[in-house]
Design a protein around this ligand. Structure first.
Ligand SMILES: Cc1cc2nc3c(=O)[nH]c(=O)nc-3n(C[C@H](O)[C@H](O)[C@H](O)COP(=O)(O)OP(=O)(O)OC[C@H]3O[C@@H](n4cnc5c(N)ncnc54)[C@H](O)[C@@H]3O)c2cc1C
Length: 276
């Protein structure tokens, strides 16, 4: 294999696995991972389960320990947000969390920027106590809001919403799940499975309101209630789990073909043959 310089954007499972697989296949060139997060690549599934409940600490979430990347000569650059891809010069511009800007060149680029939560429109976007759940940092925010909280509203009856509901109920909160569709897990399971989980969560004390849409989230500095099509529900904390959107803005701005994600062929090659 020729010794190229490969740069990977994103610090999730895909980024970590691409770097690992390259070394497993004896790729001997430079590999750099640029991640906007402050943690080494980690598993997200436990975030809404054992990490939220406090049974796991952040290091247990890591896909590989720091030593692995050192031993494999994989340069992991954390807190590095890629701002721009300059395809004509095969160069990236990225900023560190102190605002400092730098550039890095690539021979081949891997874009593994994943997804980000679909946001709910809010009159006051700075309202405290309204959370999304995608990262370790998000869970840290939720944990802080849980201190002293009595009631939680979860917007969205998908997997993440229901997992947060189960954990929060166990922590002693009054939990209401608001779902716009006529059943929970509507996009991912059959009516029979939805009905099973609906009964299961209700038997554990979670209130579920289906066919209910959110009209607004009320509060001055912090959230106080959620206004829905089936009435106002008190809430000290709101977790929104209404799906994700692909992080394709960076690729789009660089003129790489996108269509609800980056368009690739069967070899994961994008419309630019140097970019995967
Ligand atoms: C709470 C939760 C529970 C889940 N449970 C399950 C489950 O049980 N089963 C399952 O199969 N899947 C589950 N998933 C989904 C699974 O975690 C994702 O499919 C997986 O994380 C996708 O990995 P990825 O590397 O493609 O993207 P991501 O994990 O989204 O990682 C993308 C990374 O890129 C970084 N990034 C984005 N833009 C830039 C930029 N411009 N510059 C630098 N870095 C950037 C992001 O910060 C992030 O670190 C869950 C997800 C969550 C959030």
């Amino acid at each position: 294999m020729s010794e190229k310089n490969i740069v990977i954007i994103g610090g999730g499972q895909a980024a970590s696995q691409v770097a690992t697989s390259l070394r497993q296949k004896n790729f001997a060139g430079d590999i750099s991972i640029l991640s906007s997060e402050e943690y080494l690549p980690y598993q997200r599934p436990p975030l809404s389960k054992k990490y939220l409940s406090g049974e796991l600490d952040s290091e247990r979430l890591y896909l590989k320990p720091e030593k692995f990347y050192e031993d494999q000569n994989i340069n992991v650059m954390l807190n590095s947000y890629v701002e721009e891809i300059d395809r004509s010069n095969s160069k990236l511009t990225f900023s560190k969390n102190n605002g400092e800007e730098s550039t890095i060149n690539y021979d081949n680029l891997v874009i593994s920027t994943g997804t980000s939560p679909r946001l709910i429109p809010l009159d006051n976007p700075n309202l405290k106590g309204v959370h999304y759940l995608r990262s370790i940092k998000d869970v840290e925010g939720i944990k802080k809001s849980l201190i002293g909280a009595k009631s939680m509203v979860i917007i969205g009856g998908g997997y993440i919403g229901l997992e947060v509901a189960a954990v929060s109920k166990k922590l002693g909160l009054n939990v209401t799940v608001v779902e716009m569709a006529n059943r929970i897990l509507e996009r991912v399971t059959s009516p029979i499975i939805s009905s099973f989980y609906h009964s299961y969560h209700e038997s554990n004390g979670v209130e579920i309101r289906t066919s209910t849409s959110v009209i607004g989230i009320n509060g001055d500095l912090s959230v106080s209630s959620v206004e829905t099509s089936s009435g106002i529900i008190e809430a000290d904390i709101v977790v929104v789990g209404i799906g994700v959107l692909p992080c394709q803005d960076l690729a789009e701005r660089a003129g790489i073909e996108t269509n609800n994600g980056i368009v690739v062929n069967e070899f994961c090659i994008s419309s630019d043959s140097n970019i995967f």
